[in-house]
Design a protein around this ligand. Structure first.
Ligand code: LMR
Length: 394
């Protein structure tokens, strides 16, 4: 049986992670996988996470199963964090999932179940695993223009033109904030125009929000998701706690299905629970419990938000330092976009050949489409990267 297996295409991000690990050079710089690193190159366990884990260790009396949807207190806490008061709670069905990837996977399964003819419109580019999972599930994808190679901002005209090709019932996958892989984001006027288009054409919005708190702050980063959820009839929201709580390996995500009215929510909730049961039964609990403990305790929540804010500001500082250094070396403002982008990533906007050259000649690892993880830098490595960018001729 196994002889008939065909090897699957390697995930670009994870393959790069392995190449970096195998590289013996001491001066190598990892700007690949989207993991936050502090100035010492460490991905720390956040203070509030440690404190919550200690509390759970002391208080938890059982490891018996939770429910198929996970602990309802986790869903409530996350809905509050992401949506605030944007949508009445009785219109939201929600299940815990293994990370943001699990939430996306379950959302795509739900789409296929509810409307097998739906196509999913994805930004060009998007997180590669979006298209990988959609292809795996046999769901048709259509790319819409997103990144403007000239300005390194959003090609909003192209995006709207392409979304006008969507038929009623098609799904538009949007990044709630901190677009991965480009770092280029819509402003709120543009978000409103997308919402209007979705409503005019009867499209379904799906939001992937994996970096809340990494861009302009916890509330600012949720503003677009709140606008969409509060203005469309129905939508799906896939959320991740991997980055903003730093609980990557705990696989902590949430999928929300917002329905047109409360009467639909029960069926949505049961369907999401069914999908969890088919795929893995009970979602992981530890990360979700840590997140719930933090979000429901004023002191822990304040400490978590403060540490997240330090992380966000350190990335903004690195962006500015890199843009300034490139300005100094090139005497031009053409890299100013790095300071304008938001979140963990920036797309440099260069060729795979030059990305490869940076890896072989300078030991700098970025994804082949020239996505850089800004959090992989520190004050010492910024000038090294800037010099390499100039040396290879970006
Ligand atoms: C990334 O984009 O690097 C992260 O979301 C990690 C992953 O799973 O790809």
């Amino acid at each position: 049986m196994f002889e008939s297996l065909k090897s699957q295409p390697a995930d670009k991000i994870l393959a790069l992670m392995q190449m970096y690990r195998d590289d013996p050079r001491e001066q190598k710089i990892d700007l690949g996988v989207g993991v936050y690193k502090n100035a010492e190159g460490v991905t720390p366990v956040m203070r509030a996470v440690k404190a919550a884990e200690k509390r759970i260790w002391e208080d938890q009396q059982t490891k018996a199963y939770t429910g198929l949807a996970g602990d309802p207190a986790y869903a409530d806490a996350m809905i509050g964090l992401i949506l605030g008061e944007a949508v009445p709670r009785d219109r939201i069905a929600a299940v815990a999932t293994p990370g943001g990837t699990g939430a996306c996977r379950q959302a795509f399964e739900l789409i296929r179940m509810a409307n097998p003819d739906a196509r999913v419109f994805v930004s060009d580019p998007t997180w590669p695993n979006h298209t990988s999972i959609l292809n795996y599930l046999g769901i048709e994808t259509v790319a819409y223009r997103y990144f403007d190679d000239e300005t390194r901002g959003v090609d909003f005209g192209g995006m709207i033109e392409d979304l006008k090709q969507a038929r009623a019932g098609d799904v538009v996958l949007l990044h709630g904030c901190c677009h991965n892989p480009t770092g280029a984001n819509l402003n709120m006027v543009e978000w409103q125009a997308v919402v209007d288009l979705i409503n005019e054409r009867g499209l379904i919005a799906m939001i992937d929000i994996a970096y809340q708190g990494f861009g302009d702050g916890l509330d600012a980063d949720a503003a677009a998701t709140r606008l969409v959820a509060g203005s469309v009839k129905e939508c799906l929201i896939a959320a991740s706690c991997s980055k903003n709580f730093g609980v990557y390996r705990e696989r902590t995500g949430l999928l929300m299905a917002v329905s047109a009215d409360a009467a639909q929510t029960d069926l949505n909730q049961k369907t999401l629970a069914f999908l969890n049961r088919q795929n893995y039964s009970f979602p992981p609990d530890h990360g979700a419990r840590v997140v719930t403990t933090i979000l429901t305790d004023d002191a822990l929540r304040a400490d978590w938000a403060a540490e997240l804010e330090e992380v966000r500001k350190s990335m903004l500082g690195l962006r500015q330092q890199l843009a300034d250094e490139l300005q100094r070396l090139t005497g031009s403002d053409r890299f100013g976009f790095i300071a304008q982008h938001r979140g963990m990533f920036s797309r440099l906007g260069t060729t795979p050949e030059l990305v490869e050259k940076m890896r072989t000649e300078h030991g700098i690892y970025m994804v082949g489409d020239s996505r850089m993880n800004i959090a992989g830098l520190n004050a010492r490595t910024v000038p090294i990267l800037a010099q390499a960018i100039v040396d290879v001729g970006v």
